[in-house]
Write a protein that binds this ligand. Structure first.
Ligand SMILES: Nc1ncnc2c1ncn2[C@@H]1O[C@H](COP(=O)(O)OP(=O)(O)OP(=O)(O)O)[C@@H](O)[C@H]1O
Length: 247
């Protein structure tokens, strides 16, 4: 079996004094794509934020290891440097900061080896070309006036530039149209390789028309209640979460 990148054991977490994550176990190996689905309010985003170390989310118990290292003891920037990436459901608008500057700063923050501006610009141009993004986009202020689809492209561009070991994409409730879903799917397919892994939180069965996940998990009331393959997503699509056996 390929390398174990992320191991989560009995993770419990709270927000606003309310326990939301109630014992999550998950193992993610290199080369795998995991989908997490679940009803609204089940705790999917909370799980992602807890793993990334968002200060509002308090860990109550359990463990999480990134390539064998204790993730929960690391500061947020350390988690990013060690190769964890989270795309935000609602990316922030940052007026005055261009896409190019933002990405270069982020890249230098996560990489131990600093890149020259020329080398970075070459990398950025290459990644933008693979995503079909016009060059002028790099000079725009981050997320300012971006359409939903452009925000998604930017999120995928960030992932490709930062090149994390484990990328968590939170697509929940983000109102993606079919084109934006394709952007995410193409980005996922271009990015996925035998050395990295992805966890994709989604309500969109449509996304699974374009990508081949290894596992589909259902998160319900703060726990993973069922794990299956793509057939599980089809069952949810047809019968809703009430239709799947979650015992
Ligand atoms: N900042 C917050 N303050 C208080 N409660 C919160 C906060 N963030 C999330 N919650 C609560 O935690 C629970 C889980 O929310 P979360 O966003 O993780 O669910 P989700 O499964 O991602 O849902 P959705 O599919 O609707 O995005 C919800 O009851 C929500 O109201």
């Amino acid at each position: 079996m390929s390398k174990l990148l992320l191991k989560i054991e009995g993770l419990r977490a709270q927000i606003d004094n309310k326990e939301i994550i109630k014992g999550v176990d998950l193992e993610v190996h290199a080369g795998e794509i995991h989908i997490i689905m679940g009803p609204n309010g089940a705790g999917k985003s909370t799980l992602a934020y807890t793993l990334m170390g968002h200060p509002n989310y308090k860990v109550l118990g359990g463990h999480a290891f990134l390539e064998g290292e204790n993730l929960l003891e690391m500061k947020v920037d350390e988690r990013a440097r060690k190769g964890l990436f989270l795309s935000f459901q609602y990316p922030e608008v940052i007026p005055g900061v261009t896409v190019e500057n933002f990405l270069r700063t982020a890249k230098n923050a996560v990489d131990s080896r600093k890149q020259s501006i020329i080398a970075f610009n070459k990398l950025l141009k290459e990644k933008m070309t693979t995503l079909g993004i016009d060059e002028s986009y790099a000079k725009r202020y981050l997320n300012q006036g971006f359409s939903g689809g452009e925000k998604k492209k930017n999120e995928i561009l960030q992932m490709k530039v930062l090149n994390p070991k484990v990328a968590i994409l939170d697509e929940t409730d983000s109102g993606l149209d079919v084109d934006a879903i394709r952007v995410v799917a193409e980005g996922v397919n271009q990015f996925a390789n035998k050395d990295n892994a992805m966890i994709i939180i989604t309500h969109y069965k449509k996304l699974l028309d374009y990508i081949r996940p290894d596992y589909v998990h259902i998160l319900k009331d703060g726990q993973i209640t069922q794990t299956g393959d793509i057939g599980l997503a089809a069952t949810i699509d047809e019968e809703g979460f009430a239709g799947v056996n979650t015992n």
